[in-house]
Write a protein that binds this ligand. Structure first.
Ligand code: F6R
Length: 642
């Protein structure tokens, strides 16, 4: 949550910062802002910090910058849709165009916000300035002891313009600055961070040091890279694509002083430390919507290719080789961890482990598990499922599990992520960049890789002969992506509703949870999922003639029982929608207002194919409600705070 960038170099800083932020608006879009150092017009020997910020998405900031002539009005509109090569070309051209007329501006920082403390207003937008206007800061994370620190600062006569926790950081920087120091040092930032509890990625600039950036990291990602003439800083190295070939990743309690084109790293003791650069690989992915209207639509349509990609990578790499009999016999417990959609994938994963390999596995929500005093030790295998690999609670569980001697296995889509580095074993999800906030193709990839793991263990432990890669390959051709025409009346009806219900049993109940999450997060319909056997235990009280109840049934042996639940709801007036790979008798069909025919696939693989129809349904209802499926309100793609 929150994306931060920094830049030292020539060119139109404002434009470059906005272009870099464009890669990061998946991390939050409540507000956006930049700060650059400018020469004082009245006195060319001094500089000032020029802040431009506004509530709303990045294009509001861009508009503001254009209106104030800080970026060219007619050139290089930041599109919602771009690819890294194109972006690089734009930046190079802008640099050439502006180098001559913009020698004043040498460094800047930028921010895209997901509000934690203080509502989404311009005042609360980053960057924040210190009381003496000498420092500006952008922050991703949460300062847990900010109230206490704020009181201390107020006692020291500091005043505050925002309600954020971040503004205390910039004022602490002022407090820790030795005004006699004529050269930039990292000391004020280290001293400031020593007082902070919580998580942060920080980038700061000081008006007295024209081409300098000050960086710090604890529990929120931060990367820095340099080329001959520039230094770039970002929450995600995707921002460096096309600019550099390698980058550095800051670890917790590490600091960085960037001056000119020099980067120096420090530890908390203010000692210089050496760091090794990492290669910037697999980042030149195209982030265009191509012919699709939205990223969500594009990503759903990519699902068959994602499955093919998984098959390709898992058949040409030895990721699964570690999962042999000796390995799995070391453990008396397998725990799967995730948040939101990744948690749902984990639920399916535990069922796969149980069904296919007869391994007793359980799944927990990361934020619950970490505070539940879990009994885990060196006999526990902890599987952490995360698309981004940056989810704070999932990372915290991984850290704790590592400390307790567990074997940690990360399933992540971002191979350079914090989680990928932290876990003892990492397996890629191979879904390609997922931009839309609502996870679609990554969910299917998570379930698919969990299927591979469970099948491999089944072959090892139970001497089975599951051709799991072939099965997945076959499935990739069986998946059907429904079109608008398939859903036309259903979408009309659902889009007018305030509530919706989903019921299913076993795997289908988990699909119900995921389908319901997808619907609520992008349409804001209050949708809820229940196990079909639970109706009589309370939830039936909600049912009346206005209710729409989705019934998902992909398991033959549970079909009758699921239908019984559906009838109980129908008897109370519910409108039923049946979703299944099985055909109903004509007589039975009459009981259903709508029927969604799901693809006929191997029952074990149905969780992978049945969710697709509901992803499409949520997308279409969202459009009908005239909402933006890629950026639902109040949410962000990467949840880097607890
Ligand atoms: C919902 C969704 C979220 C994420 C969750 C975990 O569509 O995308 O529920 O699944 O925030 O994110 P990752 O997988 O990045 O850990």
């Amino acid at each position: 949550m929150c994306g931060i960038v920094g830049y030292i170099g020539s060119g139109k800083q404002e434009k470059i910062l906005v272009d870099m932020l464009k890669h990061l608006d998946y991390r939050g879009y409540d507000s956006a802002g930049i700060a650059v150092i400018k020469q004082n017009q009245q006195n060319s020997l001094t500089c000032k910090i020029d802040v431009t910020k506004t509530k709303g998405k990045l294009n509001s900031l861009e508009q503001l910058l254009k209106n104030s002539n800080k970026i060219p009005k007619n050139k290089f509109l930041v599109k919602d849709d771009f690819n890294t090569e194109e972006l690089q070309k734009q930046i190079e051209t802008i640099n050439e165009l502006n180098e001559a007329d913009d020698v004043n501006s040498t460094c800047g920082i930028g921010h895209t916000r997901w509000a934690t403390h203080g509502e989404a207003t311009t005042q609360n937008a980053h960057p924040h300035l210190s009381n003496n206007n000498e420092w500006a800061i952008v922050h991703n994370g949460i300062i847990e002891n900010f109230q206490e620190l704020k009181e201390e600062l107020i006692n020291n006569k500091f005043t505050f313009k925002s309600k954020t926790d971040s503004e205390i950081v910039v004022n602490l920087l002022q407090l820790n600055t030795d005004q006699d120091n004529k050269l930039p040092t990292i000391t004020p930032l280290i001293e400031t961070c020593k007082k902070l509890k919580g998580s942060y990625a920080l980038a700061a600039l000081n008006k007295n040091f024209k081409n300098t950036l000050f960086l710090a990291r604890k529990k929120s990602p931060l990367y820095v890279a340099k080329s001959k003439k520039t230094i770039v800083v970002a929450s995600d190295p995707i921002c460096f694509a096309g600019k550099t070939k390698e980058y550095y990743s800051l670890n917790d309690n590490e600091f960085c002083l960037c001056t000119g084109n020099k980067i120096e790293f420090y530890n908390l003791k203010n000692e210089v430390i050496e760091k090794t650069a990492e290669k910037l690989e697999n980042l030149n992915q195209t982030k265009t919507k191509t012919s699709y209207k939205h990223f969500m639509q594009k990503e759903i349509n990519e699902i068959p290719d994602v499955l093919k990609n998984i098959v390709k990578r898992y058949s040409t790499n030895n990721y699964l080789d570690i999962l042999d009999k000796v390995f799995i016999k070391k453990f008396n417990k397998v725990v799967l961890i995730g948040c939101g959609t990744a948690y749902h994938a984990g639920l399916i994963g535990a069922r796969y482990l149980q069904d296919l390999a007869r391994i007793d596995a359980s799944t927990s929500v990361a934020s619950e598990f970490r505070y539940a005093n879990p009994i885990i030790d060196n006999k526990t295998l902890v599987i952490l499922v995360s698309q981004s690999g940056e989810t704070a609670d999932t990372i915290a569980v991984c850290e704790e599990a590592n400390k307790k001697g567990c074997t940690t296995l990360a399933l992540t889509n971002v191979e350079y992520s914090t989680l990928a580095k932290l876990a003892k074993i990492t397996m890629p999800l191979c879904a390609g960049t997922e931009i839309a906030v609502a996870s679609t193709k990554a969910y299917v990839a998570q379930v698919a890789v969990l299927y591979l793991i469970a099948s491999k263990l089944s072959n090892e432990l139970l001497n089975k002969n599951i051709n799991f890669l072939e099965n997945l390959q076959k499935l990739s051709d069986q998946i059907i992506i429904p079109t608008k025409q398939d859903f036309i009346t259903l979408v009309d009806e659902i889009s007018k509703k305030q509530t919706a219900f989903f019921i299913g049993r076993d795997y289908d109940y988990i699909t119900c949870e995921e389908a319901s999450l997808k619907l609520k997060e992008i349409t804001y319909i209050n949708s809820n999922a229940y196990p079909a056997g639970e109706l009589k235990h309370g939830f039936l009280a909600l049912i009346d003639e206005s209710s729409y109840l989705f019934v998902i049934a992909t398991k033959r042996d549970l079909l009758e029982k699921t239908l019984n639940g559906a009838y109980e709801a129908k008897a109370r007036g519910a409108n039923l929608i049946f979703a299944s790979q099985f055909e109903l008798e004509n007589e039975v069909k009459k009981d259903f207002k709508h029927i969604l025919q799901l693809p006929k696939v191997d029952e074990n693989l149905a969780p992978l194919s049945s969710i697709v129809a509901f992803q499409v349904l949520a997308y279409l209802v969202c459009l009908k409600r005239k909402l933006n499926p890629d950026k639902p309100r109040n949410l962000a793609k990467s949840v880097t705070v607890e």
